[in-house]
Design a protein around this ligand. Structure first.
Ligand code: ARG
Length: 269
């Protein structure tokens, strides 16, 4: 096994090593404006892209941010199906390594292929997941996928990230924001939403609301440490009492996400 002489094999290994190395090169530190008392995601604070290098956003034909996403490999982004379907693939761009939308930091890449499960119809029915296969490799550290359901235990503190609205019905944020929200039990979320499905969804939020994802955050990551447990999917308004945020349960789709991310790599060999 160690003595492979075939040239294509060596080439692949070298390329793999080069890409792996690139993924861990320190990204030039961007000067961050000090955070001050800006409004929130809802009820959150400004976050540094250096701490969450896998957080990306999606732009439409006019270059406007409309959803979030998360790097699951150097060439693949997980997002919500309703985000992936909102815009024609040829107009869709992934913006990575950029904390402030008003800068040109990081990289903007087109999408080569979109995977959405055939079963997806509406976020309220579940399966709100997509993998965007990128046209080029990105030098930012991807998120980890969950190996088991331990991070889904009720009360686990998770962090949601995004560039969406900072208040119910309010304006979108120029900066990446984050908020910490506890995972809600299946019974608790079922009591809030009659269409809650514990196979495809997971909820997070406080009983009193106040802290949540909001419009424009969809598709973005809910992480425990650097492990992706959810993708922002839907909710009744934002940050309302008794109405936690509903996220796509990533563990359910981890196998498919991984294999779709793998297939996005093959095209480069
Ligand atoms: N569907 C929204 C979007 O497209 C996300 C809503 C999340 N809502 C919530 N209360 N957590 O951006």
């Amino acid at each position: 096994m160690a003595k492979h002489r075939r040239r294509d094999r060596k080439f692949r290994l070298a390329l793999t090593a080069a890409i792996a190395a690139a993924a861990f090169l320190p990204v030039a530190a961007v000067a961050m404006p000090s955070s001050g008392a800006r409004p929130n995601i809802v009820g959150g604070t400004e976050a540094s892209i250096g701490s969450y290098p896998y957080a990306v956003y999606l732009t439409d034909k006019n270059g406007n941010q409309f959803c979030g996403g998360v790097l699951v490999s150097s060439t693949a982004v997980a997002t919500a199906a309703h985000c992936a379907k909102a815009v024609q693939r040829s107009d869709l761009r992934v913006v990575a390594g950029r904390q402030d939308k008003r800068t040109n930091d990081g990289k903007v890449v087109p999408v080569r292929e979109v995977w959405v499960p055939d079963s997806f119809s509406d976020p309220g029915k579940g399966d709100d997941v997509a993998v965007l296969k990128l046209a080029q490799s990105l030098p930012y550290r991807p998120v980890n996928l969950p190996a088991d359901d331990s991070p889904y235990a009720e009360g686990t503190q998770a962090t949601v990230l995004g560039w969406g609205r900072t208040a119910d019905g309010g304006a979108r944020s120029d900066y990446l924001r984050k908020a910490d929200v506890p995972v809600v039990s299946d019974a608790g979320c079922g009591a809030s939403y009659s269409n809650y499905d514990s196979r495809s969804m997971v909820c997070a939020g406080y009983p009193q609301g106040q802290v949540d994802a909001c419009q424009g955050d969809s598709g973005g990551p809910l992480v425990v440490g650097d492990t992706l447990i959810g993708l922002v999917s839907w909710g009744d308004g934002c940050a309302r009492p008794g109405k936690p945020g509903v996220y796509t349960r990533v563990l359910t789709y981890a196998g498919e996400i991984r294999s779709e991310a793998e297939s996005s790599r093959l095209v480069f060999w």
